[in-house]
Design a protein around this ligand. Structure first.
Ligand SMILES: Cc1cc2nc3c(=O)[nH]c(=O)nc-3n(C[C@H](O)[C@H](O)[C@H](O)COP(=O)(O)O)c2cc1C
Ligand SMILES: C=C(O[C@@H]1CC(C(=O)O)=C[C@@H](OP(=O)(O)O)[C@H]1O)C(=O)O
Length: 391
């Protein structure tokens, strides 16, 4: 079974990532993993921290001579900002300059709920782990899942379809998404220059007014065979697993599969993807669809169309013009804490969601096709593809 976990705090020495259950023989290129990490750091509207960090995964185990060997892969990702935090003292010292406490919780962040839960008078002990810095470790894990999927011809990408009120307003093809993801510069990771300019204007308003802005990213899985995931048990459904995986990312507040949201207000005749028998030669089967409102999943099972997952991000909660809060010390009204912050993270969250989606799909692929080596897994996958071609 493919499993992964992360450890590490935002301003601690390092993030840690651990992935187990990968078959042996997956080629692991350091440049690929680091490029994924770089992509997550990009995007218009990110704050000062991204000028400090330059993420790279230090692979400690599970890879030999550039290929996985079936044992758990352990990785560390250094926090460059750590050196700026080594002199910080506990809040009990009473020296405000030296302890940098977050003593007026930020509405929308984990500060208040976490401080109450863990009995901290300084919300920094909470935010250190609540911070989306952790998503860098997920991206390192996801890069390995992507490399496994790539060996089977399955690709995962993302693009931004909304920032604040500015939306793309049309479908994007896989080719457009892949081209956007291959760019050497990431701005708002939108496939359309005109829409991207409107999105930039939304970020500019937030930057100017001391506010923040959310949006929607779309993750697409291209080239996945039908039949992965299952309807037979609630916790093995691909839709449910994807929703949990993407929702678990910091600031994601809704997940949509295909056109799940508008489907609820439409008639069945316009929503469901009619079936024909005229698929292209390179398709998995001759069964084909003209449209993909289902987002590639029916009954919790992939149906051979692109899997489409959207994540809806709330606006960032740390505001340069802070909202009302209360001091932990005096219990008097004050402003929420502010030091520095991202203003818009939709492109970065999309990359983190790619990782979560890749890990989920890779897990289901390994569950179905098994294999201790990539060769064995690929033989099983190819054999199954042959079976459905002859259905
Ligand atoms: C890539 C990324 C970067 C983020 N950067 C910030 C930030 O700079 N400031 C902030 O307040 N929240 C930021 N967040 C959101 C918080 O981590 C998140 O709102 C917080 O942990 C509370 O969790 P919740 O929003 O899921 O409830 C970021 C989220 C992502 C995905
Ligand atoms: C460090 C990252 O994101 C951080 C996520 C984050 C938060 O509260 O989630 C707060 C900010 O951290 P800081 O307060 O140090 O500027 C972001 O920079 C990252 O994405 O690598």
């Amino acid at each position: 079974m493919l499993r992964f976990s992360t450890a590490g705090e935002s301003h601690g020495e390092s993030l840690v990532a651990l992935v187990s259950g990968l078959p042996a023989g997956i080629p692991v290129a350091q440049e690929f993993v680091d490029r994924e990490l770089w992509r997550r750091q990009q995007g218009y509207g990110r704050g000062g921290r991204m000028r400090i960090e330059r993420d790279s995964a230090h692979i400690l185990s599970g890879v030999r001579h550039g290929k996985t060997i079936g044992s758990p892969v352990a990785m560390t990702l250094a926090n460059n900002d750590w050196k700026n935090w080594t002199e910080i003292l506990p809040v009990e010292t009473g020296d405000a300059e030296k302890h940098k406490a977050v003593a007026s919780p930020r509405p929308g962040h984990a500060d208040l709920a976490g401080a109450l839960k863990y009995d901290f008078k300084d919300a920094r002990y909470v935010l250190e782990r609540a911070s989306a810095r952790e998503s860098a470790a997920r991206v390192a894990c996801g890069a390995l899942a992507k490399l496994l999927l790539k060996s089977l011809g399955i690709e995962v990408g993302s693009h931004v379809i909304r920032v604040g009120k500015a939306e793309l307003g049309r479908d994007a093809s896989w080719a457009e998404i892949a081209a956007a993801n291959a760019k050497e510069e990431v701005f708002l990771n939108c496939v359309d220059a005109e829409a991207e300019a409107r999105m930039k204007a939304e970020v500019d308003v937030a930057l100017r007014t001391g506010d923040t802005v959310g949006g929607v990213f779309e993750v697409v899985v291209h080239g996945l065979a039908p039949g992965v995931g299952t309807h037979v048990n609630w916790d093995e459904r691909m839709d449910g697993l994807l929703a949990q995986a993407v929702m678990s990312l910091q600031a994601v507040k809704a997940v949509e599969l295909g056109r799940g949201v508008t489907a609820a207000e439409s008639m069945g005749s316009t929503v469901h993807d009619a079936i024909a028998y005229e698929g292209a030669d390179e398709a998995f089967t001759k069964f084909s669809r003209e449209k993909n409102n289902a987002g590639g999943i029916e009954g919790g099972i992939s149906n051979g169309e692109d899997v489409v997952v959207r994540g809806y991000l709330k606006p960032i909660s740390t505001l340069r013009r802070p909202l009302a809060s209360v001091s932990f010390e005096t219990r008097e009204a004050t402003k929420a804490a502010y030091e520095r912050s991202d203003v818009c993270v939709v492109p970065a969250a999309g990359v983190a969601a790619e990782a979560m989606v890749a890990l989920t799909i890779a897990r289901l692929v390994i569950d179905k096709f098994g294999g201790d080596s990539l060769r064995e897994l690929k033989r099983n996958y190819d054999g199954y593809c042959e079976q459905i071609r002859n259905f």
